[in-house]
Ligand binder design. Structure first.
Ligand SMILES: [Zn+2]
Length: 468
C-alpha cells in the first residue's frame, strides 16, 4: 500500500493572464533546478519525475490539479521521491501561495480534488491544447496541399526572402515535438546522371498525380539536361546518417538550412519514414531549419554549402559580429578535433580516461555553441562515452551514459526511433553490447553501483571520472 503525499492546486489555474505567466516562470524554475538531474525528464508537453509514481508537471498550467506520489513502500523509498515532492511544493508555494495545498496521508491529510478528475487531468497532458486550437483555425486545405498529409500542421510553407520557400511555425512549438513525419515520394541510390534520369522518370510516372505535382514543384538548383536528377540532387535527404540512398519528401524538402538549427531530421529505418523534431522551442512565425552542413568553422561550412547547394548561408551563426564569429569558429574547430580524438579506438583502448575527459569537455563546448540544444550530437557523444566505459567493463557508468543518450535521442527522433530503443535497452543491460570488456576489465563495476548521494555536479564528475 504505502501513503500518498503531494499538493493540489485549488482553485485550478486559468488558461491565460497572470496564472499562465506565473506557471511559465514556475516551470522554467523547475527545469533549471533539475537540469542536470537524470531522474527528471523534459517531455514534449510536461516534466516527468522518474521517481516514485512518476509525478508530472504539465506545460499547460490550467490542466494541473495535483503533484503527488506514494512516499512510502518499495517504489518510494529507493528513489527519494519525498525530497522531490517537498522541493516542488516549496517552489510552487512561492509562486501560487495558498492555492498550493500540501497534504500527506501519513498526517491524515488528503487532497481536495477527486482522483478520477486528477487522472483525467494527467492524461490530458499528453495532448496539448494548442493542437485543438489549431484544428479549429486551420483553413481548409486543398487536395494538392502537401500539408494535408500531416493531419495537423504546425507549420506553413511560405516564401522566405532570399531563400525561396521554407517552413514557418504557425504556433509556438516546444522542444521535442514531432513536426513532420512523412514517407518519401521516391528514393534512389548513387548512380551516374544518365542512369538516374530514366530511373527517376520511371518512378515519377508510377506516382499519383498529386505526388507528381509535389515532386515537380520542388526547387532545382542545377537546371540542365537532367531536370529530374536536378530536383533529386537539390532536395534529397539521406535515408540514415551517411547513407548513400536519398529520399525526396513532399514537405520536409522545403526546410531550409541553418548552422544553428532548431529542428532535426531523421530517417526511421523501421517505419521507413522521415521525421522532423523540434530540438529547441520554436516561436510562432519563426522559420523551421535543419543542418545541411558537416560542421567545421564558418568558412568551411560556406564553401561546402555553396558547392553542394548553391547558396551563401546568412544564418544567425554565420552573421555574428567578427569577434563572436571567431569564438564560434574556435568552438566548432574544437568540436571537430575532440570528435576525432574521442572516436580513436586505440586511445579508447590504451587511455580511456583521456577519451572520457574529452567527452566531458566536448559536452560543455557543444552546450555552449548550440545554446543547450545539440540533441543529436549530444546523443552521439553520450553513446561514445557509453562505449568507452563498457569496453573496460564499467557497467554503472555505461548504463547512465546509455540512459542520457536515449533521452537526447527522444528529443530529436522520438520514442519510436530504432536508435532510441536500442540505447534505452543498453541502459538496462549494458553488458549486452558487443564491446563489453573487449579492452579490459580495469573499470569493472556492476549496474547497481551508481552512487545515490551525490549532487548533480559531483555526479557528473563521478560519471566522467573527473574526481581529481
Ligand atoms: Zn550558417
Amino acid at each position: 500500500m504505502g501513503i500518498d503525499a503531494g499538493f493540489d492546486m485549488d482553485p485550478p489555474l486559468s488558461k491565460g493572464g497572470v496564472d499562465k505567466q506565473n506557471w511559465g516562470r514556475f516551470i522554467d524554475l523547475i527545469k533549471e533546478q533539475y537540469k542536470d538531474d537524470v531522474q527528471v525528464e523534459i517531455m514534449p508537453n510536461y516534466i516527468k519525475f522518474n521517481v516514485g509514481e512518476n509525478p508530472k508537471l504539465p506545460f499547460e498550467g490550467h490542466k494541473f490539479l495535483r503533484f503527488s506520489s506514494k512516499v512510502s513502500g518499495a517504489i518510494a523509498s529507493s528513489s527519494g521521491v519525498e525530497r522531490y515532492i517537498n522541493t516542488v511544493t516549496r517552489v510552487a508555494k512561492a509562486h501560487f501561495g495558498s492555492r498550493v495545498q500540501y497534504w500527506n496521508e501519513g498526517a491524515n491529510q488528503y487532497g481536495v480534488h477527486d482522483w478520477k478528475k486528477v487522472s483525467e487531468s494527467i492524461r490530458s497532458y499528453e495532448q496539448p491544447d494548442v493542437l485543438e486550437t489549431q484544428a479549429s483555425i486551420t483553413p481548409p486545405l486543398s487536395a494538392t496541399d502537401p500539408v494535408k498529409e500531416q493531419g495537423i500542421a504546425l507549420f506553413e510553407i511560405q516564401d522566405i526572402p532570399g531563400k525561396g520557400r521554407g517552413l514557418v511555425a504557425r504556433f509556438n512549438i516546444s522542444k521535442g515535438t514531432r513536426i513532420i513525419c512523412e514517407k518519401p515520394l521516391l528514393t534512389a541510390g548513387p548512380m551516374p546522371p544518365n542512369k538516374l534520369e530514366p530511373f527517376l522518370a520511371k518512378a515519377i510516372k508510377a506516382m499519383s498525380k498529386t505526388s507528381q505535382r509535389q515532386f515537380l514543384s520542388l526547387h532545382n538548383n542545377s537546371k540542365g539536361k537532367h531536370p529530374f536528377g536536378g530536383i533529386f540532387r537539390t532536395n534529397a535527404l539521406p535515408c540514415g546518417s551517411g547513407s548513400p540512398i536519398g529520399g525526396v519528401y513532399p514537405t520536409a524538402c522545403f526546410i531550409n538550412h541553418s548552422c544553428i538549427p532548431n529542428a532535426h531530421n531523421n530517417w526511421n529505418s523501421a517505419e521507413k519514414h522521415e521525421t522532423i523534431y523540434a530540438i529547441r522551442s520554436i516561436e510562432r512565425g519563426a522559420e523551421i531549419t535543419i543542418p545541411y552542413d558537416h560542421g567545421g568553422a564558418s568558412r568551411e561550412r560556406q564553401v561546402f554549402l555553396k558547392d553542394a547547394f548553391g547558396f551563401k548561408c546568412d544564418c544567425s551563426c554565420c552573421s555574428l559580429p567578427p569577434d563572436l564569429l571567431k569564438a564560434s569558429d574556435n568552438r566548432r574547430i574544437q568540436i571537430q578535433s575532440l570528435d576525432k580524438a574521442i572516436g580513436d579506438p586505440f586511445r579508447m583502448m590504451s587511455s580511456p580516461h583521456d577519451s572520457l575527459s574529452d567527452c566531458y569537455l566536448m559536452l560543455q563546448v557543444l552546450e555552449q555553441e548550440f545554446d543547450g540544444c545539440a540533441s543529436a550530437m549530444i546523443a552521439r557523444l553520450y553513446y561514445d562515452a557509453f562505449q568507452i566505459s563498457i569496453a573496460h567493463g564499467d557497467q554503472a557508468r555505461a548504463s547512465m551514459f546509455a540512459e542520457r543518450a536515449s533521452k537526447a535521442r527522444v528529443i530529436c527522433e522520438g520514442e519510436d526511433s530504432p536508435e532510441t530503443l536500442r540505447v534505452k535497452s543498453l541502459a538496462v543491460k549494458p553488458a549486452d553490447h558487443s564491446s563489453f570488456e573487449v579492452y579490459s576489465r580495469k573499470w569493472q563495476t556492476t549496474r547497481d553501483s551508481v552512487p545515490k548521494d551525490l549532487d548533480t555536479v559531483q555526479f557528473d564528475k563521478w560519471l566522467f571520472r573527473q574526481e581529481n
